[in-house]
Design a protein. Structure first.
Length: 231
C-alpha cells in the first residue's frame, strides 16, 4: 500500500492520543514495574488494567485483529504508524493488547484452533487474562526447523513430547506454551513441503509439559496432555 506521507486527519487524531497516553501514562511504568508479562502481579494489575480500559474505550485495543475477534482490523500501514509510538515503551504493547508472542499465538488459534481450544485459550489470551510463550529455538539448531530434534509421538491417549527448547521468552509467566516440533514429512532435499506447515502443540499448562531450567530455557520431556493444532 502506498503512502503519500500524509496521514488522514481522523487517524492522526488517534495517533496523537496514543502518543500522549504512551508519553504521560505508559512510559513511566517502565521505571516502576517489572515485567509486562507478569500480569497477575498486583502492582501490574493496579496500574495497567485502567490504561487497558481506556484503550478499549477508545476502540484501539488489539488493532491487528479483525472485527470478528474484537479488533478494528487495521491494515499494515496504520499498524506501522501505531507501532512507531508503541515501540518506545516495554509496557505499551500490553496496554494496547498487541504484545508478542501473544499476537501470533492468538492468530494461530483463530485460524486453526478447534472450538474448544478457542473457548479455553483464545478468549482469555485476547483479554490479556493469560499470556503465552512460543517454544521454537533449540540449542543445536537455533530457529532452523530443518534441524529440530524435538519429537511428538502419539502413544494411546497421550502425546509424548521429547526435546529441548531454549530461549522461550516469558515461559515463567505463560499459562500456555505453543510448542513447535519437527514434521517428518520433508522432501528429499530436506526442505519442508508447502503442503506440510510446521505442526504446533498447545500445552495444557507449563508445569504439565516442561521443566524450566532457566528463565530462557525450556526442557521438554512429557507424557502429559497436549493439544495438537492442525493447519
Amino acid at each position: 500500500m502506498a503512502w503519500d506521507f500524509e496521514t488522514e486527519p481522523a487517524f492522526q487524531k488517534e495517533l496523537d492520543w496514543i502518543d500522549a497516553l504512551v508519553r504521560e501514562e505508559v512510559e513511566p511504568l517502565d521505571h516502576v514495574l517489572g515485567n509486562p508479562y507478569d500480569i497477575h502481579n498486583p502492582r501490574n494489575q493496579k496500574l495497567v488494567r485502567p490504561l487497558q480500559a481506556e484503550v478499549k474505550k477508545r476502540k484501539l485495543w488489539a488493532c491487528h485483529l479483525g472485527p470478528e475477534l474484537g479488533g478494528p482490523g487495521y491494515g499494515q500501514l496504520k499498524l506501522a504508524l501505531m507501532n512507531e509510538i508503541l515501540g518506545r515503551s516495554r509496557f505499551a504493547p500490553t496496554v494496547f493488547g498487541c504484545q508478542a508472542p501473544d499476537t501470533g499465538n492468538a492468530e494461530i488459534l483463530a485460524h486453526y484452533g478447534t472450538s474448544e481450544q478457542k473457548k479455553k485459550y483464545l478468549e482469555p489470551l485476547l483479554n490479556n487474562d493469560i499470556v503465552s510463550c512460543f517454544s521454537m529455538t533449540e540449542p543445536h539448531a537455533g530457529a532452523d526447523p530443518k534441524m529440530f530434534k524435538c519429537r511428538a509421538t502419539l502413544d494411546g491417549d497421550f502425546w509424548v513430547i521429547n526435546g529441548e527448547k531454549w530461549f522461550s521468552s516469558n515461559a515463567r509467566f505463560a499459562s500456555r506454551i505453543f510448542l513447535s516440533r519437527l514434521s517428518r514429512r520433508l522432501s528429499s532435499s530436506g526442505n519442508r513441503s508447502p503442503r506440510c506447515p510446521t505442526p504446533y502443540f498447545l500445552s495444557s499448562s507449563v508445569s504439565a509439559s516442561c521443566a524450566l531450567a532457566k528463565s530462557s530455557e525450556t526442557s521438554c520431556s512429557s507424557r502429559r496432555s497436549a493439544s495438537p493444532i492442525r493447519p
